[in-house]
Design a protein around this ligand. Sequence first.
Ligand code: DAH
Length: 334
Amino acid sequence: MIDDLTLLTFESETAAAITGAASASALRDVEHAALGRDSRLVAARKQLGSLDPEQRRTVGKVLNDVRERLTAAVAARHDELARSERTAQLAAERLDLTEVPDSVVVGHAHVVTQTWELLEDIFVGLGFQVAEGPEVETDWHNFDALNIPADHPARDGFDTIYVNHGSPGSTLLRTHTSPVQIRAMLAQKPPIYVIAPGRVYRRDTADATHMPVFHQIEGLVIDRGISLADLAGTIEAFTEAYFGTGFSSRLRPNYFPFTEPSAEFDIQRPDGSWLELGGCGMVHPNVLRAGGVDPEEWSGFAFGFGIDRLALMKFGVDDLRELYANDVRLLTQF
Ligand code: DAH
């Protein structure tokens, strides 16, 4: 092993084996056989002792150089294999994201969400901002501030769900979106042009026309010199934008504690039939005061109506429960 020719053959054969190793484990075997404890190279080092000092130094250096070159070749091959293994793995795991296969079913927003968003779009287009309030509300925001004091008969009509928090009766699930009127007035100075869509709750048994959880949208305008004509004009503009040309609106006198005068508004379809949509009116001075707004300087109107029934109209079915039955055969159509 120690003579030049044998060493040269050993080095070139080992170098070829290193280059030819096709995997990390094959490379480890080559390395072990050529450079490991039982290798011929180590055996050759052990024979150095039998040489005279001059020769020992020369041959020792040659053996060292060979070991270093082979060790470097192993490291280089190791890097090469690691790199190609990584490339192969990346190629194997590559996902083609340029195409959605036909078999993937892509969902869409629920018809109530679609209606809610369309209403927002329309009112934002008319210059309104979207306001929000909590679904767990104080009885003050939901009732008192809206001119419905504790002994007011209108409270009974709301079938309120109370929450066990604070003193009894002080916390509830909002029965309408009207408390957002109060929150909007307390949060910003007039002029105010806001709508507030959201979820509301009432102690109702689900039937074709009632759900214990449903959706309303509230509108509130506070500015100088706002009159009933502004209210009627806004309802009419909304009607045309939402339902389309051929639809019109009318106001019918009604009573709500938080507005004076108050009205119900109806939509007339092109065939002449009427759809009762919601309530509206001029904001009551007591409500303005509760919101920190001076009734001598500012006036305003408010309106509110249900979102669910509008969504239901797309179904051509007359039962609110269909909206929440989660029957995909129905939901996928809208
Ligand atoms: N909050 C009323 C309800 O839930 C609806 C309503 C009526 C809202 C008149 C208003 C309004 O803003 O002016 O039945």
